[in-house]
Design a protein around this ligand. Structure first.
Ligand code: MN
Length: 291
């Protein structure tokens, strides 16, 4: 089987704050354009960062979304969420929130109170997954996936585990329901572990090294903590070898070949649909949520 080659290993660029709770490095679309990694339209990575104890609520206040899904994956610290559909949840290490904004939702995202009071390291990923035109106006949905609910597969060498957040790995199905084919894995490797990924050639593929370092055969290029690996669409498989205890997030999805009209919190197909989104938001059609 032909190997998927690496297009680039990308350093996180200067972080910016989203609200006052998320110190993120943006990878998509500011470094890797969304058209190249479609259906992934935004990738914000909060590398490990220490927040001191506070009684304040750190995070992002009430804001709308329409036309896509927001996926939050927690590694350190705890994140709370509330939305105008009445859904809420708290995620911690290894847990995932998969929110389908669909036809429109208001939500707020912030540090969970007990974590905030104690302070501590915070590390998470937020990924925006586009919806195809046929599902952009779907009913909003919220999937709270705890670490325990996410199926795990041990690698053949016994030294690694692949948690299948979405999609499929080695014939095992993941936890999340998706609208288009997505494979999303949290991968935990001991030093020396080898793991192989067999994924459709034309699906776009990214990998973040959350912690540790890996060698990527056959090029033997090395990716280390906080780097993003952006793969070409030229092979059926790739494998990595952990140089130390390592955590990876593997992101893979089938392209949605439709026009993208994106502005602020809305991602639609046409400019008119963006105007409609702003109009409907101002008209109160996204429901009610208080700060
Ligand atoms: Mn949001």
């Amino acid at each position: 089987m032909k190997s998927r080659t690496i297009a680039a290993i990308i350093e996180p660029k200067d972080p910016h704050f989203v609200g006052d709770g998320f110190r993120v490095h943006n990878f998509v679309p500011s470094i890797v354009p969304m058209e190249l990694v479609n259906p992934f339209i935004l990738l914000d990575y909060n590398s490990r960062f220490y927040f001191p104890p506070t009684e304040q609520v750190r995070g992002v206040g009430v804001h709308p979304h329409r036309g896509f899904e927001t996926v939050s994956i927690a590694y350190k610290g705890k994140i709370a969420h509330h939305d105008s559909m009445g859904n809420s949840g708290i995620i911690g290490e290894g847990d995932v929130q998969w929110m389908t904004a669909g036809s429109g939702i208001l939500h707020k995202e912030y540090h969970e109170q007990n974590y905030s009071r104690q302070g501590g390291d915070f590390q998470m990923v937020q990924l925006w997954v586009n919806l195809p035109a046929a599902h952009k106006m779907t009913e909003p949905r919220y999937q709270s996936l705890t670490k325990e609910q996410i199926p795990r597969v041990t690698t053949p060498d016994g030294k690694g585990q692949v948690a299948i957040i979405a999609g499929e790995y080695e014939g095992h199905k993941g936890a999340a329901q998706t609208f288009t084919p997505i494979n999303l894995y949290n991968v935990e490797l001991q030093a020396g572990a080898t793991v192989e990924f067999v994924l459709p050639v034309r699906y776009h593929t990214l990998m973040i090294v959350i912690e540790g370092s890996v060698v990527c055969p056959p090029s033997k290029r090395v990716a280390t903590t906080n780097q993003l690996v952006y793969f070409n669409n030229d092979g059926h498989q790739f494998n990595v070898v952990a140089q130390e205890k390592t955590t990876l997030l593997v992101i893979n999805g089938e392209p949605i070949n439709e026009p993208i009209a994106a502005q602020g919190p809305f991602v639609m197909n046409t400019k008119q649909e963006l105007l409609d989104a702003y109009h409907d938001f101002r008209a109160g059609k996204f429901g009610v949520l208080t700060d």
